[in-house]
Design a protein around this ligand. Structure first.
Ligand code: C2E
Ligand code: MG
Ligand code: MG
Ligand code: MG
Length: 283
């Protein structure tokens, strides 16, 4: 049973995309082996203050070095990532990797907040908080606030009460919470009111199109003022150009990430990217 996979799962029936996607059976068969063989890797995409250009953190995005198909983005194994069987195993791996990476960066003198994407099944698993606590305990030098849990806004619908309780517990552990793809789910306002989120991530579809579509721009404006009214931070994804940056700053959305700033990259490239930016000021 794979719930909540409809939105991306539909890609499975797109004949053009089919060749890059693995069948669900294939995905499930291969994931354990891929974990054993260490075929997964986290890429990191910088998040910046659009006004000052300062790097405020990075988002961890999973990649699969598939032995036959090459480097796969999550869309190709979406169902496994969100399956009951693997969401927790993969999620624990992601959190562990992210914490190791935060620690390694701190040794190099970089203090970065890392956003990790959490799948619904994992969030709603009874051991989610206990797992998280164990992971944090094995990284005692990391301030928990360095870990930002990105929750799909739609994720909570399944079991809102449990989601709220779990996220409150995470907040009590010191973590921060972001509502990802904000605006794409239904019932955004109810979620916003109930979920203890520190920030809203405006979905990239609105941001990318805001320069040409007044409705998309209106949504970006509305989400930004909503965040301000609720005293949450707001960050735009899909910042693809200098014009996006200008428009977002005008609107008052001062945080962003996107291809116009940097593409997701292997962990080992982040330090050099930050240093190179110091010498060549941002776009
Ligand atoms: P997301 O969390 O909304 O992440 C943003 C996605 O947009 C990433 O795709 C990123 O590469 C892409 N992106 C960033 N900037 C731009 C831009 O300027 N233009 C465009 N067109 N795209 C941009 P990616 O890495 O393929 O990840 C897709 C989704 O997969 C993520 O969306 C997230 O929901 C999920 N995901 C990624 N990593 C993980 C993970 O470790 N665990 C779980 N459960 N889900 C993950
Ligand atoms: Mg995300
Ligand atoms: Mg998103
Ligand atoms: Mg997304």
């Amino acid at each position: 049973k794979v719930k909540n996979s409809g939105r991306k799962g539909i890609l499975f029936f797109d004949p053009q995309a089919e060749s890059s996607l693995l069948s669900i059976h294939h995905q499930l068969d291969e994931v354990s082996r891929a974990l054993e063989r260490d075929e997964f890797e986290l890429y990191y995409q910088p998040q910046i203050n659009l006004l000052s250009g300062d790097v405020i953190g990075v988002e961890a995005l999973i990649r699969w070095h598939h032995p036959e198909r090459g480097l796969l983005a999550p869309e190709s194994f979406w169902q496994a990532l969100h399956s009951e069987k693997f969401s927790r195993v993969l999620g624990k791996w992601v959190i562990e990797q992210a914490l190791d990476r935060i620690e390694a960066w701190r040794v190099e003198g970089l203090r970065l907040t890392v956003g990790v994407n959490i799948s619904v099944h994992h969030l709603l698993h009874p051991d989610f908080c206990a797992d998280l606590r164990t992971a944090l305990q094995s990284h005692p030098h990391i301030p928990p606030a360095c870990l930002d849990l990105e929750i799909l806004e739609t994720a909570a619908i399944d079991d809102m009460n449990r989601a709220v309780d779990t996220l409150r517990e995470c907040k009590a552990l010191g973590l921060t919470i972001a509502l990802d793809d904000f605006g794409t789910g239904y019932s955004s306002l109810t979620h916003l009111k109930r979920l203890p989120a520190d920030r809203l991530k405006i979905d990239k579809s609105f941001v990318i199109n805001m320069l040409t579509d007044p409705d998309d721009q209106a949504i970006v404006v509305a989400v930004t003022s909503l965040a301000q009214a609720f005293q949450r931070k707001v960050i735009a994804e899909g910042v693809e150009s200098a014009e996006h940056i200008r428009r977002l700053v005008d609107i008052g959305c001062l945080l962003g990430q996107g291809y116009g700033i940097a593409r997701p990259m292997p962990a080992g490239e982040i330090l050099a990217w930050i240093e190179q930016r110091r010498h060549n000021p941002p776009i």
